[in-house]
Ligand binder design. Structure first.
Ligand code: ZN
Length: 593
């Protein structure tokens, strides 16, 4: 039987696909971790630069040695969770990984202590390749508590503050909603009813929003209690950990600083009118005087129903990358030829799409469910951008330098989407096609850059009010939400009254110890739009700059990477470049009318 080109070939990841030999490899992964523990436990504090280099290199080699086997088990399971062997291997790999992690957990703790005692190690030339890795670790040190305290916090959080997130997610996954569909009352789960938000039928969009948020609002007392508890806990932990602001923890995790994020958010606020201009244009395209909230990401009514075969999609995406850079285009083709992309739709396959890098193989594997829609072609371009990031990174960096934070991780992927946009626009035959492409890009930009910014403003305002001693009940929180939302949308959208409860369903707000998860989305979107603008200004000479940036992985901070492009990302001037790119797309849309 011929191999199906839409099904990936995972056998490249392992020496043998025999489950017994895979299990053996997993066992040796655990025993090697335990051996490392016996060698180094309690001794890291005495290491000099040379010994430390040896340890860090050992840690990286260890990762590369077992990466293929671990990926094989995970990927096989995500492709088909109904496969018996896959289920067994997934179980085995989870158990082995947990044991290995436990055995090696001491390294970070002891390394933190070593760096606190001898910060000069960070700049030691012997450790040059690990400089930023160590810098990032050192930045965390002043905020670490004692081992006993840290363990106590984890233990008490499990049934304490972490329970709110579970409650919220249980609520969403168990409630049902009654809605009239084609003359019949249907009872839908949350996952099902939110699918109607993007329905071409405007009344269904309105009804589904009304029903969901009305029900969420009925339990406002629960959501307000939960949010208060999570936020108050965070403020107390900030004090204990000596974080100067509620955002500090997130800034450290994302390898950025206050000045950068302040100037990013201020650029957004100043350009809210640009987004509003797009929303008014979209209202016109939809034949409406003004958009309602349930129209914001709705499809345009005249969107042509173009279908793509797997081959056509592969060609469009590969050519889009090829026009940018020949070698990158060849790597994209290689991803298809070596069958590293699983696009087949099947039962038991995990939903959504992802790209898993395979550093040891200097490559990656992609999963998606390909239905032949334009959105699927975009998903392919997006995930292949991640793959290119992995191709370049794994050729230039040690694994420790490929722990790429959320601000930079989407650079290759969003850039790839823009390359595809350029190509599809140049081939579009009708104005409806052009408009559909532009609306896809601008809807995504609007959500990631602007809508998410409202959430940043909202989160900040909650801490500000709490510090002022204000009690946050449901109504007060709803008012803060509406205020933050209006900062972005102004008068450009009509909102259903129940949308004041929109904050209740954002699961991130209930995640303890994960505050300000939001601005990296804004950063990533505007960062890549700015890069794309630079590409258009500089043409071919920009290609090597982007390659260098992607090859850097996490070996330099986002600020440093910006500086290498000739920009200071702590200044609004840089972010305005991203806005300029968005404005060009909006102009194009306006011209197409
Ligand atoms: Zn992505």
């Amino acid at each position: 039987m011929a191999k199906d080109e839409m099904v990936w070939d995972l056998s490249q990841l392992v020496e043998s696909t025999d489950p017994a030999s895979i299990q053996k490899k997993l066992e040796s992964m655990v025993s090697e971790a335990e051996k490392t523990r016996r060698t180094y436990h309690g001794k890291i504090k005495d290491l000099d630069a040379k010994d430390l280099l040896e340890l860090l290199e050992k840690k990286d080699d260890y990762l590369l040695k077992f990466e293929g086997t671990v990926k094989y088990c995970h990927l096989m399971y995500s492709a088909d969770s109904t496969n018996k062997i896959a289920r067994q291997l997934n179980d085995n790999v989870r158990m082995a990984s947990m044991k290995a992690r436990q055995a090696l957990a001491f390294i970070d703790i002891e390394l933190g202590k070593l760096l606190a005692e001898k910060p000069s190690l960070v700049t030691d030339p012997i450790l040059a390749e690990y400089k930023h890795y160590l810098e990032k670790m050192l930045r965390r040190v002043p905020h670490m508590l004692s081992e006993t305290e840290e363990r106590l916090i984890i233990m008490k959080d499990k049934n304490g503050i972490d329970a709110w997130e579970m409650l919220q997610s249980d609520w969403l996954s168990t409630r049902t909603f009654d809605i009239e569909l084609e003359g019949e009352t249907k009872t839908l789960s949350y996952g099902e009813i939110i699918g109607l938000y993007q329905s071409p039928n405007r009344n269904l969009r309105k009804q589904s929003n009304q029903i969901v948020y009305e029900n969420l609002g009925k339990d406002e007392i629960i959501w307000a209690s939960a949010l208060r508890a999570v936020c108050e806990d965070h403020l107390r932990m900030c004090k204990l950990r000596k974080h100067p602001t509620p955002m500090t923890q997130s800034l450290i995790a994302n390898d950025v600083d206050h000045k950068t994020i302040d100037s990013l958010m201020s650029t957004i606020e100043k350009h809210a009118s640009l987004y509003q201009r797009y929303l008014r244009l979209k209202a016109g395209l939809m034949g409406l005087g003004k958009l309602a909230n349930y129209d914001i990401v709705a499809p345009l009514p005249n969107t042509p129903d173009t279908n793509y075969t797997w081959k056509q999609s592969c060609r469009e995406v590969a050519d889009a990358y090829m026009e940018f850079d020949k070698e990158i285009g060849d790597w994209v083709k290689e991803m298809f030829e070596r069958r590293h992309i699983d696009g087949k739709v099947r039962k038991g396959k995990s939903s959504g799409a992802f790209c898993a890098s395979w550093l040891a193989g200097k490559s990656a594997y992609i999963l998606q469910s390909f239905h032949g829609k334009m959105g699927d072609v975009y998903t392919q371009a997006h995930e292949l951008g991640h793959a290119i990031h992995a191709y370049l990174g794994s050729r230039a960096q040690k694994p420790s330098n490929l722990e790429i934070g959320s601000c930079i991780a989407e650079t290759g992927s969003i850039f790839g989407e823009l390359l595809l946009t350029e190509r599809l626009l140049s081939k579009a035959k009708t104005k409806e096609e052009k408009q559909a492409i532009l609306a896809t890009v601008l809807d995504e930009f609007g959500m990631a850059a602007f809508q998410v910014s409202a959430r940043v403003f909202f989160e900040q305002s909650m801490y500000d009010e709490m510090k002022r001693g204000k009690f946050l009940d449901g109504d007060t929180i709803a008012k803060l939400w509406v205020k933050a939302r209006n900062k972005i949308y102004g008068e450009s959208v009509d909102w259903l009254n129940v949308m004041k409860w929109e904050w209740t369903m954002k699961s991130h707000y209930y995640l303890a110890n994960y505050r300000f998860y939001n601005y990296p989305y804004v950063f990533a979107q505007l960062f890549v739009f700015a890069l794309y603008q630079l590409y258009k200004e500089q043409g071919e000479s920009f290609v090597s700059k982007l390659r260098k940036l992607l090859a850097a992985g996490s070996s330099r901070s986002p600020r440093k990477l910006g500086a290498e492009l000739g920009f200071d990302i702590t200044e609004e001037k840089f972010w305005e470049k991203g806005m300029k790119q968005a404005e060009e797309f909006i102009d194009l849309l306006e011209e197409s009318l």
